[in-house]
Design a protein around this ligand. Structure first.
Ligand code: SAH
Length: 241
């Protein structure tokens, strides 16, 4: 019994290393903040109940301090969101990990993110081996995130500047959709672009008030939604007509 469990475990570890080592190798070189990330994972993420090994490995691998303005790099691994310019923020690490775990990313999964911001959430998803498409409405943020992702070895992430309300119809359907700005309602095109059995995580509610993080599932063409927890995100903006 023991031996069997061990061998399953090590097979899993080997499979995980196979998927994650190339990423870890490409992003972790010259990185002196691995200890800070380990502390972040232990103290902020595992303690809040995130268990998925793929998610935890991605949180350990992606150098969050290179996704914030240089002046804030010393605070990059604190338990808080940080400003990234243009009135936007990079989410708290624990929220990124929670949202990542729940959509079950990994090799072979096609994921759409709305709200690229710094590119950090997109990099975490890509580090799981998922194929990532991300949309940002502020052109300057989209451009800097795309350049940063490329430089850090996440050049496979597709970034576009657009109003994410409309999703990315040419690439649909998606196995999962993650929205990182709070919308007043779930944009119907995003539900449309979710694959059968797909999962969407989205904060819903009025800007500047407490919003609800919702998990939306498509099953047999029906949409089932669950409220997960109260959250606060920057507002989902709309392009001017
Ligand atoms: N995921 C980001 C944090 C995002 S903050 C990260 O890891 O850094 C939310 C982002 O959503 C902001 O950059 C904001 O400009 C963007 N946003 C707001 N409304 C949007 C919309 N309709 N379409 C695409 N992006 C949007």
């Amino acid at each position: 019994m023991h031996i069997r469990r061990d061998s399953t475990c090590s097979a899993l570890m080997i499979a995980l290393c196979f998927v994650l080592l190339p990423w870890i190798g490409s992003v972790a070189a010259d990185d002196d903040r691995a200890g800070d990330r380990e502390a972040m994972v232990k103290e902020q993420i595992i303690t809040r109940g995130v268990k998925d090994p793929t998610t935890l490995a991605a949180m350990r691998a992606v150098p969050r301090h290179l996704f914030v303005p240089a002046s804030l790099a010393p605070r990059a691994y604190q338990d808080r969101p940080l400003p990234i310019g243009y009135g936007q923020t990079i989410s708290q690490p624990a929220i990124v990990a929670f949202m990542t775990e729940i959509i079950n990313p990994g090799p072979g999964r096609k994921i759409l993110e709305i709200g690229t911001g710094s590119g950090y959430q997109a990099a975490v998803l890509a580090a799981t081996g998922a194929q990532v498409y991300t949309i940002e409405i502020i052109p300057q943020l989209a451009a800097s995130a795309a350049a940063r992702l490329k430089k850090l070895g996440f050049g496979d992430v597709a970034v576009k500047t657009a109003d994410g309300y409309y999703g990315w119809p040419e690439q649909a359907p998606f196995d999962a959709i993650i929205v990182t700005a709070a919308a007043e309602f779930i944009p119907p095109p995003l539900i449309e672009q979710l694959a059968e059995a797909g999962l969407m995580i989205i904060p819903v509610g009025s800007p500047y008030f407490v919003q609800t993080l919702m998990l939306v599932q498509k099953q047999n063409g029906k949409v089932i939604s669950n409220n997960l927890m109260p959250v606060r995100f920057v507002p989902f903006q709309r392009a001017e007509e």
